[in-house]
Each structure stands twice: as C-alpha cells, then as structure tokens.
Ligand binder design. Structure first.
Ligand code: SF4
Length: 349
C-alpha cells in the first residue's frame, strides 16, 4: 500500500504523518475532574494498546485536573476544547500534547493568535476537528445539508486561520456519522492539504453497527493510503474502541503483530463444533504478539487447501483432525486433542 505523504506531527513522544505507523487513539468517558478514574481508564486503554488518549476539558476545574493527570501518566494526551480559548492556553501550560479546538469558534483574531502563541511556545499541534453535525450556520445554509464539500469548506476556514499566523503544526479531521460523506470529505481534504488526518466516523453507534461503519469508513480510506491516526467511536467501553481500531488496521494490512485467525464459515461438510473451537483458539492466542496466521477449518477435504496462506492450521474431521502448515499436512490427531496439539505446535514456532 502506498500511503499519502503527509507532514510529520509530534504528539508527545509519538509522531503521526510522514510515513509513521497509523496510531490508534480513544477518548475517556470519565469525568475529567475525577483524576483517579481518568488515570485508571488511561492505564486500561494503554494496556489495550491505545497510543493517544483524548479527554474533554470543559472548565477551569478540569484544567486543574489536567496537571494531575499529566503527572500521573506518560501517555500522549489530547485536550478536547470547545469555544473557550483560555482553556486551550491553560492546557498548553499544563503539559498537554495536542489540543483539539476549532479556531473559528473561539471568537476573534486575538484569541486565535493567543492560542497559536501558546501552542507554538510548547510545540504542540492543534487538531481542527470538523463534525458534520455542528457545521457553521452559513456553511450549512450554503450547502443545504452537511455534505462532504460543506465539511471540507469548514475545515479549510479553520486551517486558513492557523496558516495566517504561520502555524502549520496541524492535524485535521472531518467526521460525519454518514460513512459516504465522511469518506468523500477526507478524500477531498487529502488532495488539498499536507496535514496528517485523524480518521473517524462520528456518533457511529453501538458496538456492532459502530464497528461496521468505522471499518467501512476508516478502512476504505486507509486502503487508499489516507489517514495517519484513527479513532473508532463507539457507544461502548473505550477499550473496545482500541481493540476495534487494531482489528481495522489488521484487516487492511497496516498492523502485522499478533494472530490473525482464518476460519471457514462451516457448511454441510463440517463434522466438528467449529464455531466453539475457533473462538477457543482465538481466545487462547489473543496474547501472542508474533505475527501468525492460524487457520481453523471445518473439514479435512478442503480445509488445508483453502487455508494455504495460513502459517499453521487445523482441520476437523470425523473423530480425528489434521494439523497443517502452509497447506501441507504435518500431523493427524484425535479430534479431542486437536486444540492442545495446535497450541503446542504454535508454542514451538
Ligand atoms: Fe465447508 Fe470444509 Fe470449506 Fe469449511 S473448509 S466451508 S467445512 S468445505
């Protein structure tokens, strides 16, 4: 895959854009003033592999909490700020690593200038986060609805405000809950600007549909080389957002660590309880970090051949099954020993 060459932007001790790996981020759903809960959730997200964490900073009490959260964790932190430019400046002083604010919404040139000065002083990027659901009134009136062009025009306005003050430490997002709008907007934006893009389908929904919408929206852009960091937005535990983020990266070939399970859909030939077996294998191997394709197939006739690209696999038959590597059978084992035999083969690899 050829990835679009965007500007490199540093967020604390990580970098996005410029060919760096696509990073997975999430957002806290704890109260920012509840420092203990925030730190606990940040650590949970970190354990799940989250690389950047965002949280809302709505008032000066939350700013006080930012100082304490900053001291307690070494994770790249992003402050989500709406309207109040003083909060943005205070967050920059508190050691936040990136600010999400739309400069057009903070009321006047002097305020934009002040936020840019604080971010420049601390060398922190600003993410312009356009959301199809909250576009400027006049843009909405011009386009009639939150179209992709409307989202891009809004983003351009905000970008130009920062560029006016010679600030290019910028990340941009143009999220929509409509996958076709969101993908079109990001595609247009990536043609116009060199800034790294934060991809996401906003208000994507509850877990099942949210993951599907995100996989389609984020995944299709990534496949075309667009996108530098992703956030799967779910009405669910943020840890699930991180897991889903990695699953999307794996599916498009941008994350190669860990086990990829290849399993057949089962059919009339299946003579073992493949659904339970595949789940068991997936669970048992969830902590494995080395890149490995593991096949769990329902029959010995077609299984090994159909899963030829797998590094190792099992195929279930009547009373006994096969273990194979790259389609070549290496062992026959009784059906009830299939799982254990596979795991011990993998441990030896
Ligand atoms: Fe059916 Fe065998 Fe193919 Fe599985 S591998 S779908 S059991 S033919």
């Amino acid at each position: 895959m050829i990835r679009k060459n965007t500007k490199t932007v540093k967020i604390g001790n990580v970098a996005i854009g410029g060919g760096n790996p696509v990073l997975v981020q999430s957002m806290l759903n704890t109260k920012t003033t509840d420092v203990e809960a925030c730190v606990r959730q940040i650590n949970e997200l970190k354990a799940a592999g989250c690389q950047i964490v965002r949280f809302t900073v709505m008032d000066m009490d939350s700013v006080k909490a930012v100082y304490r959260i900053r001291e307690a964790v070494d994770m790249p932190l992003v402050a989500d700020i709406h309207f109040d430019y003083r909060i943005a400046i205070e967050c920059a002083n508190a050691g936040i690593d990136k600010i999400r604010i739309n400069p057009g919404n903070i009321g006047g040139e002097d305020r934009v200038k002040a936020v840019v000065a604080a971010c420049r002083q601390h060398n922190i990027p600003i993410r312009i986060g356009v959301n199809g659901g909250s576009l400027e009134k006049e843009i909405l009136a011009k386009y009639g609805s939150p179209t992709a062009d409307a989202c891009v025009e809004s983003a351009s306005r905000h970008i130009e405000m920062l560029e006016k003050y010679d600030y290019d430490n910028i990340v941009v997002s143009v999220k929509s809950s409509d996958v076709s709008v969101m993908t079109a907007a990001y595609r247009k934006l990536s043609e116009i600007y060199p800034y790294p893009l934060h991809l996401g389908v906003t208000e994507a929904g509850t877990e099942r549909m949210g993951i599907i919408k995100s996989a389609v929206g984020i995944g299709s852009l990534l496949l075309d080389g667009i996108g530098d960091t992703i956030r799967v937005s779910l009405t669910a535990d943020p840890v699930r957002e991180v897991e889903a983020g990695y699953d999307i990266l794996k599916a498009v070939g941008l994350y190669k660590k860990g086990v990829e399970i290849i399993s057949c859909p089962t059919c009339g030939r299946t003579s073992i309880d493949l659904i339970s077996l595949a789940k068991r294998v997936e669970q048992a191997l969830s902590g494995v970090k080395k890149p490995l394709k593991v096949a769990v197939m329902g029959c010995v006739v077609n299984g090994p051949g159909e899963a030829r690209e797998a590094d190792i696999g099992i195929a279930g038959g009547k009373g006994e099954g096969l273990i194979f590597k790259h389609g070549e059978i290496i062992k026959k084992v009784p059906e009830n020993e299939l799982f254990d035999a596979l795991i011990s083969e993998i441990e030896r690899m």
